[in-house]
Structure formats: structure tokens, C-alpha cells
Design a protein around this ligand. Structure first.
Ligand code: ADP
Length: 319
């Protein structure tokens, strides 16, 4: 393999740049040529490519968003239009492609892998954390930190005024952001698409909390479960509390990626290129097995925790 391309597609998420940096630098260190495709599948169809060298991706690790920009491109779902994209990839001599994006983008990636000669590896990047096969998607941790920081601020004002706050997070079909943000801020209640809403028991919970002496009530609702305004209306009617709504919106997509996202993106970027070089295609690289386990203390104490020196090598390659 001599020449590969990389694109970011669909919803943006913090850490996409760290992944681009890793892909480019790892690939260059292995003697590959890398092209960036602007604006995902839309840029592919417009033949909008930029060469990416080692120094082109300097200083982007800490930047939110994506230097390659991103877009949604409905046309790419049409068979005949995709054929034009395959001609462009062929004309440019692209043998491997890395697609960084969410569920929709990975659907496009599998089509390219199956319908053209190009080998394709996907990298899961989505603040929703709704992709099977990886414990975490790139961007989730940064998004959660933003949400938690904001809920914490709302708690201050909620306590001062003894108000209930309904906080709406992103998450169309998946309640992960609302669930983890609610859990880690000690919010009163969490409303997610996966669990049916019962306004009466929600109201009872808020009333019981106030009886115990709580001075604020925070309810976190995922956008896909209900509108925060609807939740507020129901709860105000049932509890009589003064209620305020905060919709966090697109701030959840922005910001400098956290250490977790930078590390995940750096590891997945290099792994994606390595998979292409190994001849793999129609695959995704992801993070697995971060579950809670129980072990004997003797096992803990008799063994030494080793530093993962593959990260030392990766740091050298990417710097
Ligand atoms: P995300 O990747 O964040 O889930 P979308 O669902 O909007 O975002 O998908 C991003 C893009 O991926 C779409 O605009 C389209 O170009 C492409 N895509 C999504 N689904 C398909 C599909 N079934 N076939 C071909 N391309 C698709």
C-alpha cells in the first residue's frame, strides 16, 4: 500500500483532529502518502483533496472540530453517485481509506469497502456513544466533561433560588450522555429514550427529595426522549416548583479534547493505518473490555502493573 486518504464525516466530535494527526504521522512514518478529503463524502464526490504531510498536522491535537471539515451528504446513498466517487479514488491512486465518523458515516464506509477496490477502516467518532463494538467513541469524554461542568454551574443557581432545572442534552436515539452526566452530577432524575417516562413517579421523587432537605432538583433529559419544556410543564404542574429549562445545545460538540479523547484518538488512528497495511478492510477499530472486574487481592499484590510501552513507541512516532 502506497497511498491512503482520510476523511471526517457526519456529526463532528472533539478529538477528530487528534485522530487525523495520528493517521497522517503514523502513515508517513511507514512510508505512505496521505491525502485528506474535505467535508466527508461531499468532498469526495467533488474531488476535493488536500495533501497531508507530517508538518501539516502539527498543533491540531488540542483543537476541537476537524481541520478536514465535515458534512452530511445524502447523495452518497445513491448507488450511481457512489460509482463516481470510486472513479475519483481510482484516478487518484488511493488504495486505503480511513473514515472517521458516526454510525451513518460507517454505513458509507462499508459500502465503499464492498463496492470498490479501496480498503476501508472506520474510526468511531460520535458524542452520542451509540456505536456497537467500542466502549467509547472519540469525543464522548470531552462532551461529558462539558455537560457535567455546565450542570454543576446550574446546581449553584438552582440551590440559591430553590428551583428545579431541566437540562436537555444531545442524544437522539441514545441516552448515554444524559445517563452518565446525570449519574456523575448526582442529578435527581434522568430521562432517556431507552426508558419510558413516568411523570408521576418523577414528581414524587422530586417532592421526596425536597422533604429530605434538598434545595435544588436537577433533571437531565436526552433530546431524543422528550423536550425539556414538556418535562418542565409536567413537573411544574405536579410539584408546584418553580422550574427552569436549559438546553445545552451545540456547546456539547466543541472544545479542546480531554486527555482520554486525545489518547483514544491517537491509538485508534495508528491502529486504523496498521490495519490497512495488514490488508484489512471493511472493519472498525475500537476500544473494548473496560468493564468492572473482581479479583483476589493476592493476585493484585503479587503482580506488578506494567507500563504499556507500545504507547512510548507511539509517542515517538507521532512527535
Ligand atoms: P454520523 O456519521 O455522525 O452518524 P450521519 O448519519 O449524518 O452522521 O451520516 C453521515 C454521512 O454518511 C451521510 O450524510 C451520508 O453521506 C453517509 N451515509 C449515512 N448513511 C449512509 C448509507 N446508508 N449509505 C451511504 N452513505 C451513508
Amino acid at each position: 500500500m502506497k497511498k491512503i486518504a482520510v476523511m471526517t464525516s457526519g456529526g463532528d466530535s472533539p478529538g477528530m483532529n487528534a485522530a487525523i494527526r495520528s493517521i497522517v504521522r503514523y502513515a508517513v512514518s511507514k512510508g505512505l502518502e496521505v491525502l485528506g478529503i474535505m467535508r466527508g463524502y461531499a468532498g469526495l464526490l467533488e474531488d476535493d483533496f488536500v495533501p497531508l504531510n507530517f508538518s501539516d498536522v502539527g498543533g491540531i491535537m488540542e483543537k476541537g472540530g476537524t481541520i478536514l471539515r465535515t458534512a452530511r451528504c445524502e447523495e452518497f446513498k445513491v448507488d450511481n453517485i457512489r460509482k463516481e466517487a470510486y472513479e475519483i479514488l481510482k484516478k487518484r491512486g488511493i488504495e486505503g481509506l480511513v473514515v472517521i465518523g458516526g454510525d451513518g458515516s460507517l454505513n458509507g464506509a462499508t459500502l465503499i469497502a464492498n463496492e470498490s477496490e479501496v480498503k476501508v477502516v472506520g474510526i468511531p467518532a460520535s458524542i452520542d456513544n451509540d456505536i456497537h463494538g467500542t466502549d467509547m467513541c472519540i469525543g464522548v469524554d470531552t462532551c461529558l466533561n462539558t455537560v457535567v461542568e455546565n450542570i454543576q454551574k446550574l446546581k449553584d443557581t438552582a440551590s440559591s433560588h430553590e428551583r428545579a432545572f431541566i437540562v436537555e442534552t444531545m442524544g437522539r436515539n441514545c441516552g448515554y450522555i444524559a445517563l452518565v452526566a446525570g449519574l456523575t452530577t448526582g442529578s435527581e432524575a434522568i430521562i432517556i429514550p431507552e426508558v419510558k417516562i413516568d411523570y408521576q413517579s418523577l414528581a414524587d421523587k422530586l417532592l421526596a427529595g425536597r422533604k429530605r432537605g434538598k434545595v435544588n432538583s436537577i433533571v437531565v433529559v436526552a433530546e431524543g426522549a422528550a423536550s425539556a419544556y414538556t418535562v418542565a410543564r409536567h413537573l411544574e404542574n405536579k410539584t408546584g416548583y418553580e422550574t427552569r429549562v436549559t438546553i445545552l445545545g451545540h456547546v456539547q460538540r466543541g472544545g479542546s479534547p480531554t486527555v482520554f479523547d486525545r489518547l483514544l484518538a491517537s491509538r485508534l488512528g495508528a491502529a486504523a493505518v496498521q490495519n490497512l497495511m495488514n490488508g484489512e478492510s471493511d472493519v472498525m477499530v475500537g476500544l473494548q473490555s473496560s468493564g468492572i472486574a473482581t479479583m483476589k487481592l493476592s493476585e493484585v499484590l503479587e503482580n506488578k502493573k506494567e507500563l504499556d510501552l507500545s504507547l512510548y513507541e507511539l509517542a515517538n512516532t507521532l512527535s
